[in-house]
Design a protein. Structure first.
Lengths: 131, 131, 131, 131
């Protein structure tokens, strides 16, 4: 039986069937989930509830969070070398959106999706991001 | 105990927590899955394999299938009244992409995602689509 | 001097430097202009004005008009064989958005961009579209 | 006649009809032009020429450059407070794409659009970006 060094083992277990690291696959899912929840919430709950939910700053944040999550997912799906740079900005937008949704209230699903995506994108951005 | 007519019962069971019909939620998932698989396959498997996989007509079909699936999902998430019109075109693109991937071979996951999305979009397009 | 038949001459004059027909290049510009005006108007004028401008049906129409114009432009830029099918749906969305903006008022630039894009997309959709 | 201080004059001249700064309007145009040129070149010239033009790293860069330019333009059109953060990453991607297209050759229009967009995005990103 051949000995496989620990580091190589964990690297192997990090590879999915299509050669994509599990951490990236997981970040893609978090981005797609956050895109879906933000867009659906903004275009339904927010527009139908009105008031604070359609204040310019809040609504822009929801829509831009949805869009940067979509683009970040596409960069990872395309295996772009710049995915970590984009994930860094995506994490910042998601953090801001989670906070804004928490302040306004009644958007728990959105808060959770944003926080989850921010955490996953921050890991993907890795050491290149400090804030 | 109040009697609920069958038709109303099935309508109720068609409503999800957020008021979205299950059939639409299911079509959104099919579109997002197809977008993900087509984009990932084109930008990794096709580019790395070359040959028939990067012939202009095939590659364009893969990329445009990914994009129209994304836009169709966004129309449904946004509850646009035009979602069924867009789903009609999306079904045609997915059918063509499934057939093209089958002809070239070694893209079973893509064929399956495209066929599944085409079927779901065709139902969403409903009676407005004949082809 | 060789005689060039009229039909061939006009076909040649329809070709731009990059082999793209002028009519398609013109439709791409109309779609990109409509995308830009609708998105900018919705996310600034509509959100800041409020009232009728953020009623769900109107706001969704503005945003979905912006998105389908973007996707139609991308299909033409990518030389997809399905561009005419998508342009057919884009024309319908632009017509509806132009009418809705006219009804609400104070969005002349948006009305004009939508009407111009609808006309250009309808020509691109060609004989495949009747409505 | 009222005296208008110099600083206020230049601020006014920086405002367009819709209240958007000219520098931002100019960056939106640069992003939309770069998106258009990169997508059109990749999906036509590169796919039809083959060879180096469809090598995975080059083709991914072209497509991701097109996508981040589109998203950056959308963030500015939406007046998102995060536009400068995204423009910073966009400038990096455009710089890399310009260099790659220059190395491969026969893509002068793409090199120019990328360099122009990189410069404009770098100014938009402002002092928050050093590289």
């Amino acid at each position: 039986m051949t000995h496989i060094p620990q580091s190589e083992q964990s690297m192997r277990s990090e590879q999915s069937m299509h050669g994509m690291r599990h951490s990236m696959q997981s970040c893609i899912q978090a981005c797609m989930e956050c895109h879906q929840v933000c867009l659906q919430t903004a275009m339904n709950h927010c527009l139908e509830t009105g008031g604070k939910h359609v204040e310019p700053e809040h609504f822009r944040l929801m829509m831009c969070c949805a869009e940067i999550c979509q683009t970040s997912a596409n960069f990872m799906l395309s295996n772009s070398t710049f995915h970590n740079r984009l994930c860094g900005v995506c994490a910042e937008v998601c953090d801001a959106c989670a906070q804004d949704c928490k302040n306004i209230g009644s958007m728990d699903e959105c808060v959770e999706a944003c926080m989850n995506c921010a955490e996953s994108c921050r890991q993907m951005a890795g050491s290149s991001m400090q804030h």
